[in-house]
Write a protein of this length. Sequence first.
Length: 160
Amino acid sequence: MNILLERQSRKPIYLQIHDRISRLIKSGALKSGDRLPSIRSLAESLQVNKLTIIEAYNVLEADGIVSARQGSGYFVSSVSLKSANLESTFAPAQNVIITKPGKCSFYEMYTPLVQAQTQPGMINFGGYPRPPKDINIIARRALRQDDTDFSFPTRCLKDS
């Protein structure tokens, strides 16, 4: 199997391999039931690590394009190519909140994380717990009890 790799490309090698095999299947060069090259032989011919081939084959399998048979290797799936997902969904685009480097206060870092947590389907990897629902009441009470000069942004004190 001849696969040309762009080693200087920003696209990972395993995805380049995935894309090339997908195109070979879509074009009919590889047909249903055809055996793909062994992990070892393809890794040697492409001069890549075996783990790179394993990852490419795993993504192809996750997409339903190929299937693994234990002890036999990987084969082009018998599923209709029209129903198979030839575009990889293995690594879908994700929106990530990353703070810019430089001086940033705790408030400036914490606020976007709290706001993001209110979005449906959001998973918090920020390391900060969700604030209690009555945070505004707690903050006002703390400010009334303390005589020190403390400035608290008013947008934090809005009632929910």
